[in-house]
Design a protein around this ligand. Structure first.
Ligand SMILES: CSC[C@H]1O[C@H](OP(=O)(O)O)[C@H](O)[C@@H]1O
Ligand SMILES: Nc1ncnc2[nH]cnc12
Length: 311
């Protein structure tokens, strides 16, 4: 462990944020382990740089891996330093994130161990988590009609379907209810979310997805159902249940993520992986504050994230 490099000079374009029960990607070669300090503090775990052979050229492609809740699951959902995580990933070059999440199912047809590639989110966090890079003297407004990147989702879905019949069941769309936690929902809440059309529920899609959008990073969550929350006739959700299903299906989760990384490592996805379609958006979205109203503190922080964007 001690001789793993603590720096990595090439840009790293693709990252995986691992969630509950997916705290590492053991089948990859560890090339470096980075501790990145950002103006928003430290990341929830060191960033592992993993080498992954591109299927078309055999060339090693670097992948960044970050554990959302820390190496030992020590950060509760509301304590995850999401701004530091996203800022640190952007600072090493990341422009595409595959984020993994263990979720409760709000619909009968989404069974425990099924995968969902969601396309919508309903925000049920309570405003206690820092949720933007733009504050304290710089205002930014970003479109969030589609909270995930549909182009990335298309690739992810194709990879998931290619594994179907080998233990992977995939639902192509779904609305995540992102609740505050750390307590699970009441039965009344769970039924309310079902009536709203919620497909699955977690505690971590937000602010992660919002911050990725502000950072011009293409972001898609892959969810794996671990329980039926508390609306179903089966046993109410508990941690043992979540961890049990995650453990039992972790090999499929890793195969799914591995297939996505294989695909994204191909040269043909180079523009997508670099999120060329988002490039420069923050420059305009964040220019609403006239220079006279910008504070040095806000400018310093945002110029760390986007060198040269703002004066
Ligand atoms: C341990 S159950 C609740 C916990 O699991 C999910 O974590 P993640 O999204 O990081 O996989 C959920 O969001 C909660 O944080
Ligand atoms: N029922 C549930 N509610 C919120 N987050 C979850 N993560 C896994 N199961 C969950």
């Amino acid at each position: 462990m001690a001789d793993v490099p603590s720096t990595y000079t090439d840009p790293v374009r693709i990252a995986v944020i691992g969630g509950t029960g997916l705290q590492s990607l053991p089948h990859f070669t560890l090339a470096a382990r980075l501790n990145v300090a950002t103006p928003w503090g430290h990341t929830s775990s060191p960033i592992s740089i993993l080498h992954h052979p591109a299927p078309d050229t055999g060339k090693p492609i670097p992948i960044a891996f970050l554990s959302r809740h820390g190496l030992h699951h020590e950060y509760a959902p509301h304590e995850v330093p999401a701004r530091a995580n996203i800022a640190a990933l952007r600072s090493i070059g990341v422009r595409s994130i595959i984020a993994f999440s263990a979720v409760g199912s709000l619909q009968e047809e989404v069974k425990p161990r099924d995968f969902v590639v969601p396309d919508q989110v309903i925000d049920r966090t309570k405003g206690i988590r820092p949720f933007t890079f733009y504050e304290g003297g710089m205002v930014g407004h970003f479109g969030f009609g589609d909270p995930f990147d549909e182009r990335l989702a298309t690739i992810v879905r194709r990879c998931g379907h290619s594994l179907e019949g080998e233990g992977v069941v995939l639902h192509d769309k779904g609305t995540i209810i992102c609740m505050e936690g750390p307590q699970f929902s009441t039965r009344a809440e769970s039924n309310l979310y079902r009536s709203w059309g919620g497909t699955v529920i977690n505690m971590s899609a937000l602010p992660e997805a919002k911050l990725a959008r502000e950072a011009e990073i293409s972001y898609q969550m892959i969810c794996m159902a671990t329980d039926y929350d508390c609306w179903h006739t089966t046993e109410d959700v508990n941690v043992e249940m979540v961890m049990g299903h995650m453990k039992a299906n972790s090999e499929n989760a890793r195969r799914f993520v591995g297939a996505v990384l294989d695909e994204l490592s191909k040269e043909e996805h180079s523009d997508q992986v670099q999120a060329k379609h988002y490039e420069g958006q923050a420059k305009f979205a964040g220019s609403i504050t006239a220079p006279a109203g910008r504070t040095k503190d806000a400018l310093d922080k945002l110029n760390w994230l986007f060198p040269g964007y703002y004066e």
